[in-house]
Design a protein around this ligand. Structure first.
Ligand code: ZN
Length: 280
């Protein structure tokens, strides 16, 4: 195999391609995918790269599962996101919300300029969620393109993989993320520091509060509001086998999202014309 075949024409990565190949992928109605992550504290047991490692691990799991004939091109990941809620902890990097939104929109504009009309924003960090919504809407308004808001933590989890209580309150560095890291990057996990990280959310729910950090009525929180150590959830429930199952499951879900984005009828993104628009 030549070097070109290994890293060029066969590569899913945008940056491995040439201008001619990018134009050809766009002409073939390809799907562009932008991984969005964070570099932020995840307690003492996980590295700052946790969300980035998970995003790339899920992309790796998804791509071989995408139906043949669906061209996919993966943009360089936006490693740093909006992580102000973790800024009290050393090592957390964050863009300002305005900056992060501008970067997402401007990358989307370049994707559109290259001829792509289908973009999946694939996000692995809860703090980016509001920006993903805004960036997608701005791109939809300004460019007539399909922009998908795909947050893996919103995908339905595999049934019975984790207790409902952990799925609800293990928001950060809990069983879910720790398990996937034990599978994807075991050398980066500080196993001696794995613990049950209690959350104020779990206590409030036990007292019958409607209000909590997330859910029906949520309050804006910084990580230390939920647990002074910065992690929440019972990381002791995590093991590598669970992580492998979660990565397979969420990777398969992402593959379906990519296929659906490819199959979506762009005619549905209508311009308001004619009688109905005039009457509105
Ligand atoms: Zn995370």
């Amino acid at each position: 195999m030549t070097d070109t075949a290994a890293h060029g024409a066969a590569s899913p990565w945008w940056q491995d391609r040439t201008p001619q190949e990018i134009a050809a992928l766009a002409a073939a109605d390809g799907v562009a995918l932008l991984p969005l992550a964070a570099i932020e504290q995840h307690g003492e047991h996980l590295p700052l790269s946790t969300d980035l490692d998970i995003a790339l691990g899920l992309v790796d799991a998804a791509l071989p599962r995408v139906r043949a004939g669906v061209p996919v091109c993966v943009l360089p990941p936006l490693a740093v996101g909006l992580s102000l809620e973790h800024s009290a902890f050393a090592g957390t990097l964050s863009l300002r919300p305005e900056t992060a939104l501008a970067v997402m929109v401007e990358l989307g504009e370049r994707v559109a300029a290259a001829g792509f009309r289908r973009l999946v924003l694939f996000n692995s960090h809860g703090g980016n969620k509001a920006l993903v919504d805004l960036a997608a809407l701005k791109l939809r308004v300004e460019r007539r393109m399909l922009v998908v808001r795909a947050n893996y933590f919103r995908f339905a989890p595999p049934p019975d993989a984790l207790p409902a209580d952990e799925l609800r309150h293990g928001l950060h560095g809990g069983a879910l993320e720790t398990a996937m890291m034990l599978h994807l990057a075991p050398a980066k996990v500080r196993r001696a520091a794995i613990d049950d990280f209690a959350s104020i959310g779990r206590d409030m729910a036990a007292r019958g509060c409607v209000l909590g950090p997330e859910g029906e009525a949520g309050f804006a929180w910084m990580a230390q509001d939920l647990n002074p150590g910065g992690a929440t959830g019972d990381a002791r429930l995590a093991d590598a086998a669970l992580g492998a199952r979660l990565v397979e499951h969420f990777g398969a879900a992402l593959a379906r999202v990519i296929e659906d984005a490819h199959d979506f009828a762009l005619d549905s993104l209508g311009k308001r014309t004619g009688r109905a628009a005039r009457q509105a």
